[in-house]
Design a protein around this ligand. Sequence first.
Ligand code: HEM
Ligand code: HEM
Length: 187
Amino acid sequence: MASMHHSTPKGYGTASRWLHWITALVVLATVPAGVVMTGENLSRAMQNNLFIFHKNVGVVILLLVILRLGVRVFSSAAPLPDHIPAWQKRAAGVSHAALYTLLLVMAISGYVRVRAGGFPIEALDAIGVPPLVPRSDTVADTAKAIHSYARFVLIAFIALHVGAALQHGLVKRDGVFGRIWPPNAPR
Ligand code: HEM
Ligand code: HEM
C-alpha cells in the first residue's frame, strides 16, 4: 500500500497549519500579557494597554479556536506514522483535545468575567456587539476564579506539547514535526 514516495503521511493541510501557528503565536503572547498585567510594579498606562491587548486578542483566540475546530471537522489529520507507539498516539490525541478545551475555557471565562463585571471589550464595543452576559458580581467572580486556575493547566499542557514537539523535531527527527511545519503544506 505505502509506496516509496509516500512512506510518511503528509500531515495537516495548509489551513490547519496556518491556523495552528497563528494561534500558537497569539496564545504565547496572551499568556505572559495576562500574567504581567495582574502583577505589581506596573505603571497604570502600561497595565491599561496590556489589559486592552489581552481582552481583545483573547476574543480573537476564541474565534480562531472555533474556526480551527470547524476546519478539523472537514479535514482531519492523516494518521501518525506507524513507529509511534499506541500509547503515544492516544496521549497526543488526549493532549490536543485538552489544548482545544483549555483555550475555550480560558477565552469564555475571560469574556464572562469582563462582561459580567461590566467592563469594556473595545473591539467588540466598537462594532456594536452587545455584552451577551448580564451584569453580576457572583458570575464575574466565579469566572475570574476559573480563568485563574485553568491557566496553570493550560500552561502545563503547552509545556508538555512543545516539549514533545521539540523532541520529535530536534531529537528523533521522525517527520512528526513536518506534519504541522512549514505553514504551507508540501505537495
Ligand atoms: C512553538 C510551539 C509549538 C510547537 C513546536 C507545536 C508543534 C505541534 C506539532 C508538531 C503538532 C502536530 C502533532 C501531530 O502530528 O499529531 C501540533 C499540533 C497541535 N498543536 Fe501545537 N505546537 C506549538 C504550540 C502550540 C500551542 C501554543 C497550542 C495551543 C495552546 C498548540 C495546539 C496544538 C493543537 C490543538 C494541535 C492538534 C491539531 C489537531 O490535530 O487538530 N500548539 N503542534
Ligand atoms: C485563550 C485565551 C486566554 C488566555 C490563554 C488567557 C490567559 C490569562 C492569564 C494567564 C491571566 C493571568 C492570570 C490571572 O490573573 O487570572 C489572565 C488574566 C485575565 N484575563 Fe485572560 N486569557 C485569555 C482570554 C481572555 C479573554 C477573552 C478575556 C476578556 C475578554 C480575558 C480577560 C482577562 C482578565 C480581565 C484578566 C485579569 C483577571 C483578574 O481580574 O485578576 N482573558 N488571562
